[in-house]
Design a protein around this ligand. Structure first.
Ligand code: CTP
Length: 228
């Protein structure tokens, strides 16, 4: 299916997060994840192609900035939280980043050394702030708040729980860790859920899925009273 975006998002501000976050343990080590950032970058490019002003907050990735998109590079979940809050207000928020849920309680000032004769190392981790939930609860809440649910099982139940618990307008579920797309793949399948609705996008290249998702989001935004 080919989708033409035209100027479906002209006059809108779209805020997208993409990629992983890195949580530093010491000056040379960090906790990260396998997100490539490709889905979020494809969404930013598709939103721009639809005529939106686009702000992209990106974790550490090796991807070129889509043309016409304003990009802010961050490393940690805390910095991504700050960059997102600074970029509000927006009409549409898409939280495509794989934000760390936990970060080390302290960052060692020097490289952590193994002790002679010592055995394991126990790391103390603390929760990060949930950027998506904070955007959804923000006084300047975007009209549409969209989250991702990367799951290894029970996709529908987990995605619907996120829709409800984080007070989202839409959630895009995708199975990760399998053969049919996900974090490191160029292809993806999204199961998009909203209150009373569901649509499957893909399997297809992430750029195609992104175009179809942006078309769906533009239509839903236009249907919100006062946002046409
Ligand atoms: N997210 C966020 N800030 C966090 C953690 C997650 O904004 N600190 C957002 C992600 O950008 C994504 C959504 O929340 O849009 C889902 O993240 P995910 O890690 O799949 O799920 P969690 O909410 O962390 O729940 P669980 O660990 O139970 O899977």
């Amino acid at each position: 299916m080919s989708t033409s975006l035209g100027s479906a998002l002209a006059g809108r501000h779209v805020l997208v997060t993409a990629g992983p976050t890195y949580e530093d343990l010491d000056p040379v080590r960090f906790l990260g994840n396998r997100s490539s950032g490709r889905m979020g970058f494809a969404l930013a490019a598709a939103a721009r192609a639809a005529g939106a002003r686009v702000t992209l907050v990106a974790g550490p990735v090796v991807l070129p900035t889509p043309a016409g998109v304003e990009r802010h590079d961050v490393r940690s979940a805390a910095r991504m939280h700050r960059a997102v809050m600074d970029a509000l207000p927006a009409d549409l928020y898409i939280g495509a980043a794989a934000v760390a849920d936990f970060t080390p309680a302290t960052v060692a000032g020097h490289k952590i050394k193994k002790r002679p004769g010592g055995d394991g190392l126990v790391l103390e981790l603390v929760r990060t702030r949930d950027i998506l939930a904070d955007v959804a609860a923000h006084p300047r809440r975007p009209a549409l708040v969209v989250g991702f649910a990367a799951e290894t099982r029970e996709l529908q139940a987990n995605a619907l729980a996120k829709l409800r618990d984080k007070r989202l307008d839409l959630v895009c579920g995708n199975l990760v860790g399998g053969a049919d797309g996900g974090f490191e793949s160029a292809d993806n399948t999204l199961e998009v859920y909203w209150a009373g609705g569901h649509r499957r996008l893909g399997p297809a290249p992430k750029t195609t899925v992104a175009t179809e998702l942006v078309a769906l989001l533009a239509a839903r935004l236009a249907a919100i009273p006062g946002h046409d």
